[in-house]
Design a protein around this ligand. Structure first.
Ligand code: FE
Ligand code: MN
Length: 439
């Protein structure tokens, strides 16, 4: 009895210390109150270290099934850091899936690039995604073979990214790699580790789904209290989604205990969540009583059209989120890069993505016995075209031409047009722009 009382008292003291302890010891330059802030928001970089691939047969096979632009991920990140420098971002947030499959070498190489971004004057904050930690799928590629390479554990992650959140944290969750950071006096970042990697080795695969465990929920409440005391607003950042983003993308994407988390966020007054994981730009909201929260999914940096979010905060106008694409072409020209694909990156990246989608869907249409192979090709082409344009610039849609096309007519006949029609009719602006005024 006595011991448990003492223990309780000790835990209490430790908690107070962990919450209030090191806020003055942060070396990072803090943005003073009442200043405008520009946050850059990137997610799902899926970096692959250059030394892990010879770009040979096994690698080509690995990337062909996928729309991720891994061929040029190193150049994309360099061009992105060029954008960050030019546009003078105060803060860069990367919300998980930093690496392809959690390879140690990819983490180390990506962290080096983040270091350069910080040296340019932008504070970087990262959290892990479902691919980053204890991932038994970590591989390198040589000739026609994949070979097993080192992955990392939680401790390694914290060490590799110590300069990108963990050393600056004003509070650390003891259960996960979640932390609270205060890059500015007005806006704090609640960086949540929602990935479930504890059973990965046992199951011999990385877990897909996300969750916030009960201990972390309690810690979040304390973070919120601390922020309120300091008149700071909180933005929550997590890899998995808070809210369902479509009928087909929810299980394994939206956190398993979203009802409990929504309730907690409502109590805490958290209005803005930045997430990733689906690789598709999308904004959804949830309202109850007078409370409203937005879950903003930024498109994957590795996927066409290499989008990132620009979140501006001003004490007068509140938050303004919009999207932009990495200027790879501009970077290639400035650095006199010879590669034709990089000098014409917009077209190259679009064609690459469209081709990947085509290959991914053609088999599905071929499996439908009633479709001839010509019909399957036409449907796959139209489907890939609509989905690529939807990710890119919907103003480029020539809707009438697409709807009159043979492929579209066939898709309708085969009942496979529903999702595509939605994309075709959407102007997509609402997924790329959000304003949250000061209440
Ligand atoms: Fe991802
Ligand atoms: Mn993911």
């Amino acid at each position: 009895m006595r011991i448990s009382k003492r223990l309780t008292a000790l835990i209490f003291v430790l908690l107070v210390l962990s919450l209030a302890g090191c806020s003055s010891s942060t070396s990072a330059v803090k943005i003073k109150s009442s200043k405008d802030i520009t946050f850059f928001v990137a997610t799902d970089v899926h970096y692959l270290a250059e030394s892990l691939t010879d770009k040979g047969e096994a690698y080509q096979k690995f990337i062909s099934s996928d729309g991720r632009q891994l061929n040029y991920i190193s150049e994309i990140v360099d061009a992105f850091s060029n954008d960050i420098k030019k546009k003078k971002a105060d803060v860069l947030i990367v919300s998980g899936d930093l690496t392809t499959n959690g390879e140690k070498k990819s983490h180390l190489e990506f962290a080096k690039k983040l270091k350069k971004i910080e040296e340019g004057g932008t504070s970087v904050f990262v959290i892990p995604g479902n691919h980053d930690i204890m991932n038994p799928f970590a591989r390198g590629f040589k000739d026609s073979n994949q070979y097993v390479v080192d992955y990392i554990n939680e401790k390694n992650f914290e060490k590799i990214y110590k300069d990108f959140g963990y050393n600056e944290a004003i509070s650390r969750d003891t259960n996960t790699l979640s932390y609270l950071a205060s890059p500015s006096e007005d806006v704090w970042l609640l960086m949540l580790d929602t990935a479930q990697y504890k059973d990965n080795l046992e199951k011999n695969r990385p877990g897909l789904d996300g969750e916030i465990n009960p201990g972390t929920l309690e810690w979040i409440k304390k973070c919120s209290d601390l922020a309120k005391k300091n008149n700071a607003q909180i933005i929550a950042v997590m890899h998995h989604n808070l809210i369902d983003h479509s009928e087909s993308i929810k299980e394994g994407f939206t956190i398993n205990n979203s009802t409990a988390v929504l309730q907690l966020f409502k109590n805490c007054g958290i209005k803005l969540v930045l997430s990733g994981h689906t690789h598709q730009q999308d904004i959804k909201s949830y309202s109850k009583d007078k409370y409203k929260v937005y879950d903003v999914v930024t498109s994957a940096l590795v996927v066409y059209p290499q989008k990132y979010g620009v979140l501006k905060y001003s004490p007068k106008d509140g938050f303004d989120y919009s999207t932009s694409s990495v200027d790879v072409e501009g970077w290639a020209k400035e650095h006199a890069v010879k590669d034709e694909n990089l000098n014409n990156f917009k077209v190259y990246s679009e064609e690459y993505y469209k081709a990947a989608l085509y290959h991914n869907t053609i088999n599905r249409f071929l499996m439908d016995d009633s479709a001839t192979s010509d019909e399957a090709k036409l449907m796959a082409e139209t489907s890939a075209l609509i989905r690529t344009k939807y990710l890119g610039d919907t103003s480029m849609f020539d809707k009438q031409v697409i709807m009159n096309s043979q492929g579209y007519k066939l898709l309708t006949e085969f009942g496979a047009q529903k999702n595509l029609t939605r994309m075709l009719n959407s102007d997509n602006t609402g997924n790329n722009r959000l304003q949250i005024p000061v209440p």
